[in-house]
Design a protein around this ligand. Structure first.
Ligand SMILES: CSC[C@H]1O[C@H](OP(=O)(O)O)[C@H](O)[C@@H]1O
Length: 352
C-alpha cells in the first residue's frame, strides 16, 4: 500500500504534512477552504494533481456544512472560494481546470429549477469526490502506457535504468503517481533494473519524498545530487528519463520542477529518451507555449535553510523559481492516460 497524501471520508479531510517527511508522518485536519489554501501554499501538500484534489475537497468539506437554501448564493460563494484556492500556487494548472469545471457545474445546477439546494450540494460534492478515483485510474493508465513506451526502445526482454526528478508519486497525486507511476509499472513488470532519483533542491522532493516512496516499496534506487545527472549519463547507460508536469502548453512546452530543463538538455546530449508523464488535467490547451506560463518564485528561506538550520551566508541574494520550462523539442513523448503523444500532436487532441 503506497503512502496516502490525502485521507478523505465525506465530512472529514486530512493531509499528510509533507514538510515533516521522511522523519515524521503527521496528518493535518483540513476543515475548509482557508485551511486548504494554507496547506497548499506552505507546500504541506504539493504536486499538481494533489493540489487540485485537496483544494476541491476542502471546498466540499465546507459546502457540506453550509445550510444555505439559496442556490444562487451557493453558486456565487463556490465561484469565489474556487478562485481563492487557485491563487494558492500559480504554476500548476490542474486546480485551475478543476475550478473552471466546477464553476460550470455550479452554474448548471443553479439554473436547473428541478434541482433543489440539497440535490445541488449532493451532486456538487459527489463530482469533487469523483476526482480521487479518476486520478488513481489515470495514473495507472499513465503507468501502463509509459512502461510500454520505454520498453519499446529496449532490445529483447532486458531491464531498464530510469532517471526521475522531483516527486511525482503517491505524495503528489491521489495514489500511484505519474512519472513514479511509470516507474512502479516497470517494477511490477519486472523490467526495471534501477531508478536514479535526484535530490531536487531546494525543497528536496527527491531526497525526502521520492526516496521515501521507493524505499517504502523496496524499488531498487539510488539518490543523486541534482548536479550529477550529466556525470551519471556519461558512466551509466540510462534507458529513459521520466518526469512529471505542472502545466503542459498547447505546443508541448512543459513547466515542471526547477532543474527539469537542464536534465532534458543533458538527456538530449546523451541520446536518452526524455518523457513527460502527465494526465490531461495538467495540459493547458489555452496556453500556446511555455513562455506564457507563470513561474512561481518561492521564499529565499527555502534555499538558505534546511529546516531551521541556515546553510547559506547571511545577506546573500537568492533567486528561487520553483519551476522551469522544458521546450517541446527536448521531449520525446508526453505520456498521458489516453496514450503517448508527440508534443506537437497535443493540440490535435482537443476540440477546436
Ligand atoms: C505529479 S506532480 C507534478 C509536479 O509537481 C511538483 O512540484 P511541487 O512539488 O512544487 O508541487 C513537481 O514539479 C512535479 O513534477
Amino acid at each position: 500500500m503506497s503512502l496516502e497524501s490525502i485521507k478523505y471520508q465525506r465530512g472529514n479531510l486530512e493531509v499528510l504534512d509533507q514538510l515533516l517527511l521522511p522523519f515524521q508522518k503527521k496528518y493535518i485536519k483540513v476543515e475548509g477552504v482557508e485551511d486548504g489554501w494554507k496547506v497548499i501554499n506552505k507546500m504541506q501538500v504539493r504536486g499538481a494533481p494533489a493540489i487540485a484534489i485537496l483544494g476541491c475537497l476542502s471546498l466540499a468539506i465546507e459546502l457540506l456544512k453550509d445550510n444555505s437554501s439559496d442556490k444562487k448564493v451557493m453558486r456565487q460563494e463556490i465561484e469565489g472560494k474556487l478562485n481563492y484556492l487557485v491563487s494558492a500556487r500559480p504554476t500548476a494548472v490542474n486546480i485551475k481546470l478543476a475550478a473552471d469545471e466546477l464553476i460550470n457545474l455550479a452554474n448548471t445546477l443553479s439554473a436547473d429549477e428541478s434541482i433543489n439546494p440539497d440535490e445541488f450540494k449532493e451532486r456538487f460534492i459527489s463530482s469533487i469526490e469523483g476526482m480521487l478515483s479518476k486520478d488513481i485510474e489515470d495514473n495507472k493508465a499513465i503507468g501502463r502506457y509509459g512502461c510500454e513506451a520505454i520498453l519499446k526502445n529496449l532490445e529483447g526482454d532486458g531491464q531498464v535504468r530510469v532517471l526521475t526528478h522531483c516527486n511525482t508519486g503517491s505524495l503528489a497525486t491521489a495514489e500511484y503517481g505519474t512519472a513514479l507511476g511509470v516507474i512502479r509499472s516497470l517494477h511490477s513488470a519486472k523490467r526495471l533494473e534501477h531508478v536514479f532519483c535526484t535530490e531536487t533542491r531546494p525543497y528536496n522532493q527527491g531526497a525526502r519524498l521520492t526516496a521515501f516512496e521507493l524505499v517504502h516499496e523496496k524499488i531498487p534506487a539510488t539518490l543523486i545530487v541534482d548536479s550529477m545527472v550529466a556525470a551519471l549519463m556519461h558512466v551509466r547507460k540510462i534507458g529513459a528519463v521520466v518526469v512529471g508536469a505542472d502545466r503542459v502548453a498547447a505546443n508541448g512546452d512543459t513547466a515542471n520542477k526547477i532543474g527539469t530543463y537542464q536534465i532534458a538538455i543533458v538527456a538530449k546530449y546523451h541520446n536518452v529518451p526524455f518523457y513527460v508523464a502527465a494526465p490531461f488535467t495538467s495540459i493547458d490547451i489555452n496556453v500556446p507555449s511555455g513562455e506564457h506560463i507563470k513561474i512561481e518564485e518561492r521564499p529565499d528561506k527555502e534555499m538558505t535553510h534546511i529546516g531551521d538550520r541556515r546553510i547559506a551566508a547571511p545577506g546573500i541574494n537568492c533567486w528561487n523559481p520553483s519551476f522551469d520550462i522544458t521546450p517541446a523539442f527536448l521531449i520525446t513523448g508526453i505520456i498521458t492516460e489516453k496514450g503517448v503523444f508527440l508534443p506537437h500532436m497535443l493540440k490535435t487532441l482537443f476540440p477546436i
